[in-house]
Write a protein that binds this ligand. Structure first.
Ligand code: AMP
Ligand code: ZN
Length: 312
């Protein structure tokens, strides 16, 4: 098998692109794909400083690495979610990456500056993953606003986007389909533009890139994600992809070209400001504050129900 670019010995085969690359040419190809996504979708320019959401997993670290190599101005943001050993390792990997390259990283511990995910899960009936998503979105916007970043990049890859699309289509979630796009423009002064430069790059490709670039990342999945519907959708899509290479890419790409514009006009309601925290909200309070309120109320009720001897 020969490298498509230089004719040397290929080390990685990409069936969906019908090509193969040697190590150096794959790294070049990967970075060019990131650059093309950024430029083609008008995600940001070389003048803007981008806040990269880094979890310590392969996708977000590969994204940060590629953006730096391409000469973009970046800083990282990491949320220490408080999910036991999993979160501790994620934070360690992220901090080690930033330290080794002398990068600016903002780490926020939700135990100190919010509510840790296990507390939310214990006091509300919402699925942990949904509560975690609401919490992450809130803190990303808050931190971007407080530190003056207009754009936030996440490491969502093609597999994530295809799984999300499948979930949205299976339930015909029109409002979600309207918002599924690699670039979400800001609709509120405290709502950073959200971009996904890896939306056309598969999880397999980011794993290969991380390996070739010797990026040390957390391999374990979040313990809360076991049984999550996203994983079932990914499994189904992987089976389709094995039988028909290129399925994931055309599913997402054709949706963006033909389907998404039809939904986009449907729900373009601009948010108001949350009366509790000032962040974007579609009701009087934002979804994060209503989550925190629920936790606080139930925590207080539990404290009040305790026998007096338990608190002494
Ligand atoms: P996930 O929702 O876990 O698949 O993550 C999707 C993207 O969200 C990652 O690629 C990161 O860019 C970002 N992200 C997830 N978890 C964190 C975290 N704890 N801190 C910072 N960014 C995160
Ligand atoms: Zn709020």
């Amino acid at each position: 098998m020969k490298c498509k670019r230089c004719g040397g010995k290929a080390e990685v085969k990409l069936r969906q692109h019908n090509s193969a690359f040697c190590r150096a040419c794959f790294v070049y190809f990967f970075q060019r794909q990131v650059q093309r996504a950024v430029e083609h979708e008008h995600m940001f320019t070389t003048e803007e400083e981008v806040l990269v959401a880094v979890s310590g997993g392969k996708d977000s670290l590969a994204l940060w690495d590629a953006l730096i190599a391409l000469g973009y101005r970046t800083a990282g943001v990491h949320l220490a979610l408080g999910i036991g050993a999993y979160s501790r390792t994620s934070t360690e990997k992220t901090e080690a990456f930033a330290r080794s390259r002398d990068l600016r990283l903002i780490t926020v511990h939700l135990d100190d500056e919010g509510v840790a995910i296990p507390t939310i899960a214990a006091f509300t009936r919402r699925p942990a993953c949904a509560a975690c998503g609401t919490s992450k979105r809130h803190h990303f916007d808050r931190i971007a606003f407080e530190h003056g970043f207009a754009v936030l990049a996440t490491g969502h890859n093609l597999d994530d986007e295809a799984a999300r699309l499948l979930g949205n289509v299976l339930r015909w979630q029109v409002a979600h389909l309207a918002k599924q796009h690699p670039v979400l423009a800001s609709t509120h002064e405290r709502f950073a533009r959200k971009v996904k430069p890896l939306f056309r790059i598969s999880e397999y490709e980011t794993a290969v890139y991380a390996f070739f670039r010797r990026i040390d990342y957390i391999v374990d999945e979040c313990p809360n994600s076991a049984g999550a519907s996203q994983l079932i959708y990914k499994d189904v899509l992987n089976r389709l992809e094995a039988a028909m290479p290129g399925t994931k890419l055309s599913f997402v790409q054709e949706f963006l070209r033909s389907g998404q514009p039809a939904f986009a006009g449907e729900t373009n309601r601009a948010p108001q400001s949350c009366e509790r925290c000032g962040m974007p909200a579609f009701g009087a309070v934002c979804s994060y504050c209503s989550l925190v309120r629920e936790v606080e109320t139930k925590q207080a009720r539990r404290m009040a129900a305790r026998p007096a001897s338990a608190s002494s």
